[in-house]
Design a protein around this ligand. Structure first.
Ligand SMILES: [Zn+2]
Length: 448
């Protein structure tokens, strides 16, 4: 097993190749905030799409939802976030740094050894006000999870979707947590993107469904390229369960800083629906036609972070190899996650090659995310595509002008096949679906 890459190399690659930049960098940056660049925005969208496809589109028992970030403040009173979504905070009396009391060892300040204040509970929700006149405006919160938008729409979805339980409602969107300590690149940030599923089930079947979703979610990461040996499951102890949870598993990943949570899968029981029914005065239950009974469903919640998943996929894809005495850095990203699927590279910037190369690009770009690059040497352009994980490069050379064939180079094996321009999009589509690279029947058409 290759040694774990250190985080600095990932951060540096992300900066160099336009994946992720520090936020507001020209002003010196803003702590724990990051911006996704031209390659990063594609990678992040692909992670989201892969989740949505597996959770919503490939099943008939889950529907999607997109709710607002700002919600009625009553939501957070009912959910327990105003009272219980807190961390114990201590402050150093000498250097005034703040720490999470449960995350430090010993009695003194980890930075300077100074004396610490008594812990006080610090609420992690960001507060703001809504309305034009500040004094009269009401205090509202930026959501710390997308889940509550799902719970308060439970009745709307049940009555309009005409689906039976078990039924899942999925949502992807930004969440905000004013964490006391952040860090490790995009691992823990105060603004992040959540991918959450609330899967409503009949009470009594909840434990089975928890096991089911733990397995489903674990397998999702493996299918998309995270190495199995870098994943493990950890069940929460009774003392660390969140205020709403009956049971919870973390899928942990071996990040460069050690094993850390990648995703939590919780059994929230009927806590949320009961609370919202009580506080809103609206009944939130389900009438089971087959059983002829009414009940408040239990809910299983797989809750993942887009950014954290991006980081894990990047780390396990990263590799430094030696090819014929030369070092190459490559991202072995799963083809569905790669920001660019195909790069069109004329052998050189040449007025004879450009028209055909442009023709090939124009033919491919409606179907695949395609990059066109004719600057610098072909070797440097291959290296650039390897570093952003592009699975296929298409090279147009002078022979192509004669025989109307081009060369496809595969990122991982570096194998090359020559194919007719006519057939190019069909062949690439098959390869991107996972067809073996050397199995192409068109290999036989290669003339050399
Ligand atoms: Zn200190």
């Amino acid at each position: 097993m290759p040694a774990k890459v250190d985080m600095d190399k990932i951060v540096s690659l992300c900066k160099r190749r336009g994946l992720i930049f520090p936020s507001s960098e020209i002003y010196g940056g803003l702590a724990s905030c990051w911006d996704y660049g031209p390659m990063g925005v594609e990678l992040k969208r692909n992670v989201r799409d892969a989740w949505w496809k597996s959770i919503v589109h490939e099943r008939d028992d889950v529907v999607g939802l997109d709710t607002s970030i700002m919600m009625h403040p009553g939501v957070w009173a009912a959910s327990g976030h105003i009272d219980s979504f807190t961390d114990p905070l201590v402050e150093c009396k000498s250097c005034h740094l703040r720490w999470r009391a449960d995350a430090i060892e010993g009695k003194g300040c980890p930075k300077c050894g100074g004396e610490l204040t008594e812990p006080r509970m610090f609420n992690l929700m960001f507060k703001t006000s809504m309305g034009p006149v500040e004094e009269e405006a009401s205090t509202i919160y930026l959501r710390p999870e997308t889940a509550q938008g799902i719970f308060v729409n439970f009745d709307n979805v049940i009555t309009t979707s005409r689906k039976k339980l078990p039924l899942g409602i999925a949502q992807i969107g930004k969440s905000f947590r004013n964490e006391i300590t952040t860090g490790n690149f995009i691992f823990r940030t105060r603004e992040f993107e959540h991918m959450e599923l609330e899967y409503f089930v009949k009470p009594g079947t909840d434990e089975e469904w928890l096991d089911y979703w733990v397995k489903e979610r674990f397998d999702w990461y493996v299918k998309l390229g995270v190495r199995k040996e870098n994943l493990r499951l950890r069940q929460h102890g009774k003392d660390e369960l969140a205020h709403y949870a009956r049971d919870c598993y973390d899928i942990e990943y071996l990040f460069p800083m050690g094993w850390s949570e990648l995703e939590g899968i919780a059994n929230r029981g009927d806590f949320d629906l009961i609370q919202h029914a009580k506080c809103s005065g609206k009944e939130l239950s389900y009438y089971d036609n087959e059983a002829g009974e009414k009940y408040v469903p239990y809910v299983i919640e797989p809750s993942a972070g887009v950014d954290r998943s991006v980081l894990a996929f990047l780390i396990d894809a990263y590799d430094e190899e030696e090819i014929e005495g030369e070092k190459r850095t490559v991202l072995h990203l799963h083809r569905s996650l790669a920001p660019i699927k195909v790069a069109v590279l004329p052998l050189s910037r040449n007025e004879k090659l450009t028209p055909l190369a442009k023709e090939v690009f124009n033919k491919l770009c409606p179907n695949f995310v395609t990059d066109y690059d004719d600057s610098q040497s072909i070797g440097r352009r291959y290296r650039r595509q390897d570093e952003i994980g592009t699975p296929f490069c298409v090279t147009i050379d002078f022979e192509s002008l004669e025989d109307k064939q081009v060369t496809i180079r595969e990122r991982d094996s570096l194998a090359q096949i020559r194919v007719p321009v006519e057939e190019l999009d069909k062949i690439l589509a098959a390869k991107l679906r996972g067809e073996a690279f050397d199995a192409s029947p068109l290999w036989a058409t290669r003339e050399k």
